[in-house]
Design a protein around this ligand. Structure first.
Ligand code: PLP
Length: 373
């Protein structure tokens, strides 16, 4: 849960209308009967899970995925209706919560299936099938054993589905494409072997897969849509559908401006030394707000009055300094864009060798989220 009291120090704006636009554009690319399972794990990738899921519920989305039981419970307490699937591990001692909140649990292995259903025989569950990622799931390379296991649990529990996860669907490398097709083929074989069970939720596609592999995936009428819902790219070179845009902006303000003479230093470690008379703006956002320290020492920029201001010196816990020498008339109180239309989370990620997913997930809980409708 985010800090709820708004404070004009460092804040995130989430444009819910853009979420709807992204959803509509993505959905137009799919067959009309394809369902969307909205992936809202990790506080909806830092956007705020309760607010985003309630909004999506109102847009007609009835399937949700989260990473754990606490996230699932948060959604129910916010009033979210429909199916909520926990994609990962729920500790056995929390098994009672699954039925209490009507949550579906992933069966991550045969051993886990036995244990969790022993603890709580009434839970709704879906089998994860491992088709090559080697994270969770029963082994698709043993299709007969998978079939037997699925039939066994379908007969004795409330098994509602099967799914697998693609791990290179975002890549356009030919070898990765082959790998993905193999994953889908393995999944299809198992899904077909139990098709008579008519399990309602059989799914294998993430954001990237739903855009690129829909035809290769016969059985799946469901896409688990995560990153593209938030307008970010599954991979640096991924071709986004026109009109899909980032949903989140991160803003802060200038708290003071000063002039630093040639030879003077800025920040911890004196890592910046002025080579010219430098106009420095201090900004009240730091690594405790989730801004990566790797953007220090001109690794990153912020936008002030429409222009780029390099981050100078080391990013502090709660503040940072930026060079505004080349920007006219910067004053205390000016709005500063850390992430926005001219500087996306994907752009920031590229500067420090990570992915947009990590950038938005890392924006810390003390940064209040504001929702634009
Ligand atoms: C996170 C996750 C997704 C969503 O992936 P995106 O790349 O954000 O679309 C789908 N399925 C599973 C199992 C996941 O863990």
């Amino acid at each position: 849960m985010y800090q709820t009291e708004f404070c004009r120090r460092s804040w995130v704006e989430v444009n819910l209308r853009q979420i709807r636009t992204n959803l509509d554009i993505y959905r137009k690319n799919l067959p009309a009967d394809t369902k969307i399972m909205a992936v809202v794990k990790a506080d909806a990738y830092g956007h705020g899970d309760a607010e985003v899921a309630v909004f999506l519920n109102a847009c007609g989305i009835e399937l949700f995925a989260v990473s754990n039981i606490t996230e699932a419970k948060t959604l129910r307490l916010a009033g979210v209706k429909g199916e909520i699937l926990v994609l990962g591990y729920t500790p056995l001692e929390s098994a009672a919560l699954l039925t209490e909140y009507d949550i579906t649990q992933t069966l991550i292995s045969e051993e886990y299936a036995t244990q969790i259903l022993f603890c709580n025989p009434g839970i709704k569950c879906q089998f994860a099938i491992d088709t090559g990622m080697n994270r969770i799931g029963i082994d698709a390379d043993r299709p007969k054993e998978c079939e037997i296991m699925i039939r066994k649990y379908a007969a004795r529990s409330r098994l509602t589905g099967l799914f697998t996860h693609l791990c290179v669907a975002d890549s356009s490398d030919p070898a990765d494409k082959e790998f993905t097709k193999t994953q889908l083929r393995k999944f299809q074989q198992i899904a077909n072997s139990v098709s008579d069970l008519a399990l309602p939720y059989v799914h294998c596609l993430n954001s990237a897969g739903g855009q690129k592999y829909l035809n290769a995936c016969g059985s799946s009428g469901i896409v688990r849509l995560g990153i593209i819902l938030y307008g970010l790219k599954p991979d640096r070179d991924f071709e986004m559908l026109p009109g899909i845009q980032p949903v989140l902006s991160w803003k802060t303000v200038v708290s003071m401006v000063k002039t630093v003479n040639i030879g003077e230093y800025v920040g911890y470690g004196c890592s910046f030394q002025a080579r010219r008379k430098t106009c420095v703006a201090t900004v009240p956002t730091g690594y405790a707000d989730g801004l990566s320290r790797r953007l220090s020492d001109e690794g990153g920029i912020v936008i002030i009055r429409g222009a780029a201001a390099p981050i100078i010196g080391r990013i502090c816990m709660d503040q940072m300094m930026v060079d505004v020498t080349d920007i006219q008339d910067v004053t205390a109180g000016d709005e500063v864009e850390i992430i926005g239309s001219s500087l996306t989370a994907d752009d920031m990620a590229e500067r420090i060798g990570t992915i947009g997913y990590e950038i938005v997930c890392d924006i810390s809980k003390r940064v209040p989220r504001v929702y634009l409708k």
